[in-house]
Design a protein around this ligand. Structure first.
Ligand SMILES: [Zn+2]
Length: 133
């Protein structure tokens, strides 16, 4: 093989590797975007499931209250409702913090600067200060 030909082939190989490298970079960005979208959708899905569960529980409760209303005093219902609502709210706040902590440990930002983006560079100080609040 002629030396000139060898150089030409090395040159082609270099161009080829450069192309592969930029393609790899594009693929990495695409995968990052897909992972972020997937996480957003699974969170939204979970929130909708929770909402649906709460709505159907409330519907069942209302139906049973209506059923027993004819026999019981109306004050009973008024006394029960705030306690139930308070309980629901209390668990919602606790759950919210747990969900954020889980999201962070799954590798996503929970800070208001990069919320929902994949953490590609280890811990984030904004997120950590938010978690420790
Ligand atoms: Zn962050």
């Amino acid at each position: 093989m002629e030396k000139n030909n060898l150089f030409k082939r090395m040159d082609q190989l270099e161009t080829h590797v450069g192309g592969l490298h930029s393609e790899l970079g594009e693929m990495k960005l695409l995968i990052k975007a897909l992972l972020e979208e997937n996480k957003r959708l699974s969170i939204e899905n979970q929130q909708l499931r929770d909402l649906f569960k709460r709505e159907s529980l409330l519907a069942v409760e209302e139906a049973s209250v209506e059923e027993t209303e004819a026999h019981e005093a109306p004050q009973q219902k008024a006394a029960d409702m705030p306690a139930a609502a308070e309980e629901l709210l209390g668990t919602a706040v606790g759950e919210g913090h747990d969900n954020l902590a889980r999201l962070y440990h799954e590798g996503f930002h929970i800070c208001n600067v990069y919320y929902g983006h994949l953490r590609t560079e280890g811990d984030c100080l904004f997120c950590l200060s938010f978690l420790n609040k």
